[in-house]
Design a protein around this ligand. Structure first.
Ligand code: HEC
Ligand code: HEC
Length: 308
């Protein structure tokens, strides 16, 4: 049996330099938005202070990682925030009916230890040893640093409990025994900054290439097909297709950096047309300017290849 996803190739999208360093503390405007005001009180009102882990987790979950793009019920206006992270049917196709579970403190994750929840998120293994199926993007999430993973767990413990049971997934394809060997810790992130390396790290957390590369029964094609456009999504919006993100005229070559940032962060194309789901621009719109800059630098570093 082959692995459904290929973690070893995940590293390729990250750039070479994985020198460990803590992400620089940044302001967390999201904290207020997400009801973390109480946590903010802990800091000094005058002096700048480091983010708490839960604030960093909020920035990741509600920003680049966009967990709610799969785990939050979708209404006509997008994710229903009053039911945030309480689960939904993500996709029904020939390979699976995938239901993202309730991951609020009203879900079964409440009974898991922090270490168990962390392993489920980064390695796809539940405490009972069962494997979490696609399309949860584990090949990408395995790159998540220990520090960011702990932050995501800390934040999930603080979100409002929403009672909901979205049901159980079924898989017609065999799931792999694991998404790779047990991770050797420490897993570190490149230093935060407007660099190609940090942009590559953000692209992994945002699992851009899981959607923007062709899907094979073994998972996304991150070899020849890497970033050359791929998946097709069916939903209330009709059909959308994740396009080529390489620096080819079939991809992003024709867009300015400003146009790219607007597309990624607002879903608006240069001609004013609005992009379709499930491109998570609602979440990516919360990226800091520096993170958006890093992401675009990373995209510009991908050699141009035509559509497949
Ligand atoms: C592309 C869709 C997608 C994204 C993005 C996603 N998930 Fe999931 N997640 C799923 C699906 C589908 C399942 C259930 C798969 C199954 O039934 O085996 C799942 C399962 C889980 C589970 C196991 C819960 C349980 O009760 O078994 C946890 C924990 C989890 N996700 C957390 C997260 C977090 C945290 C994020 C963001 C960092 C995230 N997921 C992002 C689709 C997604
Ligand atoms: C869940 C799947 C998914 C994820 C994750 C995703 N995208 Fe997309 N993306 C799409 C789809 C689908 C479209 C096309 C939308 C449309 O046709 O309106 C798109 C469109 C785009 C476009 C417009 C390109 C063009 O030529 O029209 C850009 C740029 C883009 N995505 C960048 C990104 C980046 C950068 C990331 C990660 C930070 C990302 N996407 C993550 C699905 C995704």
């Amino acid at each position: 049996m082959t692995d459904f996803l290929r973690p070893q190739t995940a590293r390729r999208s990250l750039g070479a330099d994985r020198a460990g360093s803590k992400p620089a503390p940044t302001a967390a405007p999201l904290a207020a938005l997400l009801g973390l005001a109480a946590l903010a009180v802990a800091g000094s009102a005058t002096a700048p202070r480091a983010e708490t882990p839960a604030e960093r987790g909020a920035t990741l979950v509600q920003g680049i990682m966009g967990c709610g793009n799969c785990h939050t019920p979708m209404g006509p206006e997008g994710p229903v925030m009053s039911q945030d992270l309480s689960g939904r049917l993500v996709d029904k196709n020939d390979m699976f009916t995938a239901i993202a579970p309730n991951i609020t403190p009203a879900g079964r994750v409440a009974d898991w230890s922090d270490a168990e929840l962390a392993r489920a998120i980064r390695e796809g293994i539940r405490p009972d040893g069962s494997i979490i199926g696609p399309p949860m993007p584990f090949a990408a999430y395995r790159a998540m640093s220990d520090e960011d993973l702990a932050a995501v767990v800390a934040y999930l413990r603080t979100v409002p409990a929403v009672e909901a049971d979205p049901g159980q997934s079924t898989y017609a394809i065999p799931l792999p025994p694991a998404y790779g060997p047990p991770l050797e810790t420490p897993v570190t992130a490149p230093p935060a900054g407007a660099t190609v390396e940090y942009g590559g790290y953000l692209a992994a957390l945002g699992h851009c290439m899981e959607c923007h590369s062709p899907l094979t029964p073994q998972g996304p094609d991150w070899g020849e097909g890497f970033a050359r456009g791929g998946m097709e999504f069916h939903g209330p919006w009709g059909v959308s297709h994740a396009p080529n993100l390489t620096n080819h005229e079939d991809g992003l070559a024709g867009y300015s950096d400003a146009e790219l940032k607007t597309m990624i962060g607002t879903g608006t194309r240069p001609d004013g047309a609005q992009m379709l789901p499930p491109m998570p621009y609602g979440y990516f719109g919360r990226l800091s300017e520096q993170d958006m800059e890093a992401l675009v630098l990373y995209l510009r570093s991908i050699p141009g290849k035509p559509d497949l």
